[in-house]
Design a protein around this ligand. Sequence first.
Ligand code: PSV
Ligand code: MN
Length: 424
Amino acid sequence: MRIDQSIIAKQNEQHFDAHQKKLAIAAETVPDLESVIQKLVDFQVAIPSWALGAGGTRFGRFSIGGEPGNLEEKISDVGLLHALNQSSGAISLHIPWDIPSDPEKIKALAAEHGLVFDAMNSNTFQDQPNQKLSYKYGSLQNVNRAIRKQAIDHNIEVIEYGKALGSNSLTVWLSDGSNFPGQLNFRKAFQHTLEGLQEIYATLPDDWKLFVEYKAFEPNFYSMTVGDWGQSLLYAQKLGPKAFTLVDLGHHLPNANIEQIVSLLLMEGKLGGFHFNDSKYGDDDLTVGSIRPYQLFLIFRELVEGMDSRGMNHAKDLGWMIDASHNIKDPLEDLLQSVEAIQIAYAQALLVNNAEMEAAREHNDVVLAQELLQNAFRTDVRAIVAEARLRKGAALRPLETYRNLKVRASLIEERGAVSRASGL
Ligand code: PSV
Ligand code: MN
């Protein structure tokens, strides 16, 4: 299924007058409206190929219907999102879930939908059918050199697929760690992992980045070998200038101050990419902004301020991606919600006046500093975000348009009610 721009334009007509009124109100409160809109126009968030089907827990999985059964269909689903919001112009692939058998064809198909390939992701957290050696006791950290070598070779192969598709980054998330005290020699696990990452790094093309993603828990529950930003940063620093830390919002221990982490990583020039999601207890799977929208705003505020202080391009210099799983919602609806939540937090962060903020801090004016943040957070920027979409030929109301066009019903008709996407 494809959504033609003229259909979107038709859907927009009914909302156009109301939109103009709301935008006029927003214009009164936002001094530099045009520049905010332009930044939103430029901003793209990549969609993970593994988030397009139903997720699940170890207790069960409930099918959504019409799930993409192969890479071509996954690209087509991201194409639908992009047609609706013109802000999801990239797809991130996970190997071996998404092996492109004919990369040229896949690249051309993606281009037809206006999509490029974001970071490539390796998978050494599962054993694949016919795999020679098992990752049961870890991959790059493993005490067995042959297993480490298998994991290294896999990552190098993923880079090769990425090169063929025009990607320029590799995200390495390792589930390595231990479940019980005594199981691992922490230093040896670190050294083995570092050596493996160094071998992978050595094969990285000059214009590529390597993202080292950390996670505090799951699937290992006693220790994780890349468990927090400190460990990730250590690896990234030891590897070299093409290696960066990747922050997945759901991978922290409860109450971690993620905005401070982001600020310091940016200061060190070592923040590489982002996986957006939200979480209530300890998972990394919920809709962006659904639980802690203020935290998301505070993170964006540090991102904007930190990138500006280094003269970075907001849209291009960091890898922006959603990483979520959808147990009960239609994944496409959820992804539309997530992209919008990201744009709202970004727009609000752009409203904070940095000079006023710094002056308040210099005077230890705690109240004013807090007010400046909260005023921005409490500004309704939805019309501004919608205007940016409108200028790109996207839907004023992507979710409503998705429902009006009965996209899921068409996908079920095309692919059947029991199709199943590869992934977790
Ligand atoms: C791990 O929880 C993670 O966040 C990594 O980014 C993986 O690549 C992804 O989820 C899918 O398992
Ligand atoms: Mn992630």
